[in-house]
Design a protein around this ligand. Structure first.
Ligand code: NAD
Ligand code: ZN
Length: 366
């Protein structure tokens, strides 16, 4: 990847809560970052894996305009996404006298980003925060849109709030150190954007599938891919910030995916589960006569080409999958809500598929 690549900027339009997403070398966007934090108390939150990659020192330097600069290094992984971690972050801020003008900065994947946003949203009734995502998933998805939160022992993301960041700084260089499995997790979400909202982007991904299949995809390709994804996310969020309608299309592949993830005891990676979920949603849509087989096959082919699984692993029962799907917090009125493709670039949200139909369908897939 080359450090001299261009800087791309995308605006998330949310009235007084609008903000910029900057994509490109952090060295080149540090002026904008500096403006957001200048003269304020800044608390940088990262995790131990990110710290090992050696980027923290550089980012601390970019934050040197802060009046006070603290660092919290979280234990990596979803298990850290607890109210205890939120208490640790806010407690640290309180002990070090961070005031209401402070700014929290997340330098991490989605786990640290969600926790930082949540802590910022509640500390002293809300301080600003900035996202510097370090995983592909966080770059194309979790760092944008203001959903923040933590898990409870009872389930994932059960507590949290909408709190928009003041800015998002995406440096694709950070992906160099990302493990292959985390790379694929992000790619599943990337492909999701093409299917839900942009057929041309799907074609672009297909044309570049061999280059995407590599961890070291070049800066230009990555910049373009990330820009398209965050542009789509920004549009959807601007149209429906608190998920009363359209925003639910972002859950394409996730109703089936979350069920599979949960049934695997979270051994199945999120991206793999979502990939299988997207394939299932496509096949079901074909069964219902709203999506064509050729497009469904192309979705499968692209997912396969980037190394993602496309069928339900052995040992899952249709009835268990349905039970797990019923527990999805996005359901309303007890009916399972699904996002089904109509064409490459267009999906519909429906609660009209009966449990009997779903059972009959899933029974043929397991
Ligand atoms: N807020 C939202 O809108 C939203 C959307 C999607 C997902 N999420 C949440 O995001 C979380 C998943 O995010 P994730 O996949 O980024 O997980 P993560 O933050 O756990 O990161 C995945 C792994 O990669 C490591 N890592 C991060 N950056 C690295 C780097 N540059 N080099 C090497 N290793 C690195 C981490 O330490 C971790 O082990 C989930 O909790 C999910 O609920 C939130
Ligand atoms: Zn996801």
């Amino acid at each position: 990847m080359n450090k001299s690549g261009k800087i791309r900027r995308v605006r998330v339009k949310l009235g007084c809560r609008s903000y910029w997403i900057h994509i490109g070398s952090l060295q080149k966007t540090s002026v904008e970052l500096g403006k957001l934090i200048s003269g304020r108390g800044v608390l940088l939150i990262t995790d131990a894996n990110v710290e090992k990659t050696g980027v923290v020192e550089d980012v601390l330097e970019d934050l040197s305009g802060a009046s006070d600069l603290g660092l919290i290094v979280l234990k990596p992984g979803e298990r850290t996404k607890t109210l205890g971690a939120v208490e640790d972050i806010t407690g640290f801020a309180a002990r070090h006298n961070y005031d209401r003008k402070s700014c929290f900065v997340a330098l991490s994947g989605g786990v640290g980003g969600d926790l930082t946003g949540f802590a910022a949203g509640i500390y002293k009734r809300g301080v600003e925060f900035v996202q510097i995502p370090t995983t592909l998933l966080a770059m194309v998805d979790s760092s944008v849109g203001g959903k923040t939160g933590a898990d409870l022992p009872e389930g994932k993301n059960l507590v949290g709030l909408f709190h928009q960041p003041a800015g998002v700084f995406i440096d694709p260089e950070f992906l160099r150190t990302l493990p292959a499995c985390e790379w694929r997790n992000g790619l599943a979400e990337v492909i999701k954007y093409g299917i839900i909202r942009d057929g041309e982007f799907f074609e672009f991904l297909w044309a570049n599938r061999k280059r995407l299949n590599r961890r070291g995809a070049d800066a230009d390709l990555l910049g373009a891919v990330i820009e398209r994804c965050v542009t789509i996310k920004a549009e959807v969020v601007a149209a429906d910030e608190c998920e009363s309608g359209l925003r639910a299309i972002l859950n394409y592949g996730h109703t089936f995916g979350h069920a599979l993830e949960q049934l695997s005891g979270f051994k199945l990676a999120h991206g793999s589960a979502v990939a299988i979920g997207m394939v299932l949603a496509g096949r079901l849509a074909c069964d219902l006569g709203i999506f064509d087989r050729e497009s469904a096959d192309r979705v499968e082919a692209l997912l396969k080409a980037v190394g993602l699984p496309v069928s339900v692993p052995a040992g899952y029962a249709a009835s268990d999958i349905i039970e797990a799907m019923k527990g999805d917090k996005k359901n309303e009125g007890g009916r399972i809500r699904l996002v089904l493709p109509e064409s490459l670039g267009r999906v519909r949200i429906t609660s009209e598929v009966s449990e009997e139909k779903l059972f009959e369908f899933l029974n043929r897939q397991v």
